[in-house]
Design a protein around this ligand. Structure first.
Ligand code: ZN
Length: 327
């Protein structure tokens, strides 16, 4: 159990670090006197905790904008933060592949909640890369993300029973926003013409999106960014782009775009022009402090950008006029 050894080895240094850094590591926008402190692995889970917990909860995300959760490994300061927090919220479903063993070990001494695993099993899609695992990208379907918000509410209430009413109210308000987002996505994406309802992206993060909104989804890489896209896969996709007349493909903020460039060049060599339809947020949100740095803004950005790039009708600034222009 290499992670247990590492955890124990890092403990003394971590305690020293947290003593020295006390009060410096938590975000400045956190309440001056929160009831509890929570570490979340992904920015999407951190956002759910902020929406549900409000000022009652100080939330720290391990992974910032543009960080790939499939490949992320904990740093020493992450370990210190997790040990110091009242609880750790993580996604599960093998999203944090490199962290999973550590987080399971941490569960022996800390309250940890795999909130992604609250999603209904019968709505999960099988994983392309591993047998007996499911695709973890459930945030791409707001109707599935609801279950994560509810799981965050329940986790916070369990850690801090005095805050139960606050968390119930925060969750109710945020779930109403998630439902509005879902209604907007259904309506706008339905305006994309049938022959354009193909989403080509850098990795397979959009299967839930495709199922929810009736798009065919093609990722160059597998569900995990750890798998390398083979030349043959690129050639297959170039064939598809050319034969179906698809003119836009998408890059992702947390994945290298070199494979997407190879697709565009491959299509150009065969006389078919493909452009980048925009940059989508797949596994991380936009910059913190911006609208795109919230779950609602992240999905609004994707839905609005995909709709507009593929010939549908959506307002340039999204469902509530808050998107930065263009994608
Ligand atoms: Zn992913």
């Amino acid at each position: 159990m290499v992670y247990r050894r590492k955890l124990l080895k890092f403990l003394p240094a971590s305690i020293l670090a947290l003593t020295l850094a006390a009060g410096l590591s938590w975000p400045r926008n956190a309440s001056a006197d929160p009831a509890i402190t929570v570490v979340a692995t992904t920015s999407m889970i951190a956002d759910a905790a902020r929406q549900v917990g409000g000022e009652r909860v100080a939330v720290q995300a391990l992974m910032g904008p543009g960080v790939d959760p499939h490949a992320y490994r904990q740093t020493r300061s992450d370990i210190a933060a997790m040990l110091r927090a009242d609880a750790v919220l993580w996604h599960g479903l093998y999203l944090e592949a490199q962290l999973e063993e550590f987080l399971l070990e941490l569960g022996d001494r800390k309250r940890v909640f795999a909130v992604g695993e609250a999603a209904p099993r019968d709505r999960l899609i099988a994983h392309d890369d591993y047998s007996n695992k499911v695709d973890p990208h459930i945030w791409m379907d707001p109707s599935l993300w609801r279950s994560v918000v509810v799981a965050v509410r329940d986790a916070l209430s369990e850690i801090d029973p005095d805050g139960t009413a606050t968390y119930a109210a925060g969750a109710e308000r945020h779930l109403a926003e998630v439902d509005r987002l879902n209604a907007y996505a259904v309506e706008r994406l339905a305006s994309v013409p049938a022959e354009q309802r193909v989403l080509v992206t850098a990795h397979d993060a959009f299967n839930y999106f495709g199922r929810a909104f009736d798009f065919e989804v093609m990722g160059i890489q597998g569900i995990s960014t750890e798998s390398e896209a083979g030349l043959r896969r690129i050639e297959e996709l170039v064939d598809t782009l050319v034969s179906r007349g698809i003119t836009a493909v998408f890059v992702e903020s947390s994945v290298s775009d070199r494979n997407v460039q190879a697709l565009i060049e491959g299509a150009a060599a065969r006389g078919h022009t493909v452009r980048i339809g925009g940059e989508l947020f797949s596994d991380a949100m936009g910059p913190s402090g911006t609208y795109e740095g919230t779950y609602i803004g992240m999905i609004d950005h994707n839905v609005t950008g995909i709709t507009r790039a593929l010939g549908g009708d959506a307002p340039a600034q999204g469902m509530q006029g808050r998107l930065a222009a263009g994608i």
